[in-house]
Design a protein around this ligand. Structure first.
Ligand SMILES: Nc1nc2c(ncn2[C@@H]2O[C@H](COP(=O)(O)OP(=O)(O)OP(=O)(O)O)[C@@H](O)[C@H]2O)c(=O)[nH]1
Ligand SMILES: [Mg+2]
Ligand SMILES: [Zn+2]
Length: 362
């Protein structure tokens, strides 16, 4: 873990001190621009342009993914180096290696990874208690949160509009060791707990479906109507995809950072086998007792998971969802290996994929 106490961030050079509130704990963590560049953090990304925070304040810059066909495009939360280029103004010239990254399979191009947020310390899976809870969705989002490398949290919003008394219990069963915070922006429930969880210099990224109240939480913690809020359809509580950009917001009194994201429709997993273990650890432990090492838990003799289901110890639907996710990841992995084989044959370098994870470039 990073040392996140700003008062102890002694190795931050004085000229970079204004960036401490924006998450710069120790300059060494994000590297320092080697050349004439200036250190900055991306706080908002629009097409081809970004807002960044520098030690001197907020600046609009060009993202050079526009001019260079680069594998790594800046995302909100990234630490970058910016430089002034003739005729272009400030341009991002380097993206520093991401400490954590929230990513999924690109919904438009199934064989690409899409990074949603960089360098979050915490990733909150947000669900609204005003709607039914699909556990599979929660599990997927939890896998994404675990995989990011940040600490996962679950936030259950709209406690004042709770439709189903069971959903909190269902969530806690799926969550296992992940902390669950229940909130309401209407009566203030849970807001202090969230404030404490975030803390100075730390970044909490919010992910979840449209209309669950992510932007409302940001506004409540900021204490003003900073972000646009959308109504939900009364028939099914679906949101209207009000938020369109990922945005990093500083809480008052340098109380940490919230990273708001647009509502997620589809969450394809990306190379998340290890994270699956964290969400379905109990099943993976059971699986070691299956008679066959490659047991698919779909009717094989001596299957320990089937035995646990039969004994009423494990929910069969959860096993099905687990098997589906394992199959989805295996299929994706197979497609990727096939593509790499093709690329090798053709002598081309693979595009995107593994290389898109972040890291230095230039
Ligand atoms: N009763 C109640 N309503 C809430 C609460 N939080 C949010 N809402 C309402 O839920 C609706 C959606 O809120 P948003 O904050 O726009 O939701 P979002 O998750 O940011 O949605 P997208 O930007 O579309 O992804 C709005 O009508 C809010 O007023 C809450 O704690 N209680
Ligand atoms: Mg929103
Ligand atoms: Zn088995």
């Amino acid at each position: 873990m990073l040392d996140i106490d700003p008062s102890s961030a002694t190795s931050v050079p004085p000229e970079l001190a204004p960036l401490v509130a924006w998450g710069l704990a120790v300059a060494g963590d994000v590297g320092r621009p080697g050349g004439p560049g200036q250190l900055a953090r991306v706080v908002r990304v629009d097409r081809g342009e970004c807002d960044v925070i520098t030690a001197g304040g907020r600046v609009r810059v060009l993202s050079d993914s526009q001019r260079a066909q680069d594998e790594v495009a800046p995302v909100t939360g990234d630490w970058v180096s910016i430089e002034n280029e003739d005729g272009l103004g400030e341009v991002i010239t380097e993206i520093f290696e991401r400490r954590t990254s929230v990513s999924r399979r690109d919904p438009a191009e199934r064989d690409l990874e899409q990074v949603l947020a960089a360098n979050a310390d915490l990733v909150a899976v947000v669900h609204g208690l005003d709607r039914p809870l699909p556990p599979g969705r929660l599990e997927r989002l939890l896998v994404v949160a675990h995989k990011s490398g940040a600490e996962p949290v679950i936030i259950l919003t709209k406690a004042d509009e709770r439709v189903d008394d069971d959903s909190e219990a269902i969530v806690r069963a799926v969550a296992r060791d992940v902390p669950v915070v229940v909130t309401s922006v209407t009566d203030g429930t849970g807001l202090d707990t969230l404030r404490d969880l975030v803390g100075p210099g730390r970044t909490l990224a919010l992910i979840g479906a449209s209309g669950v109240g992510k932007s409302s939480l940001v506004n409540a913690l900021v204490g003003e109507e900073l972000l646009e809020i959308g109504e939900v359809r009364s028939s099914d509580a679906k949101g209207r995809h009000t938020t369109t950009a990922r945005e990093l917001v500083l809480l008052p009194d340098d109380g940490g950072l919230l990273l708001d994201t647009p509502g997620i429709r589809a969450i394809g997993l990306w190379e998340a086998e290890d994270a699956l273990e964290l969400v379905f650890g109990d099943l993976e432990v059971l699986a070691t007792e299956c008679r066959f090492g490659d047991c698919a838990h779909s009717g094989e003799p001596g299957c320990a998971i089937a035995a646990a289901v039969a004994a009423g110890e494990v929910d069969e639907r959860r096993v099905t969802r687990y098997r589906d996710l394992v199959a989805e990841l295996a299929a994706q992995r197979a497609r990727e290996e096939e593509r790499e084989r093709r690329d090798r044959k053709g002598g081309r370098k693979g595009r995107g994929g593994r290389g898109s994870r972040g890291g230095r470039r230039r």
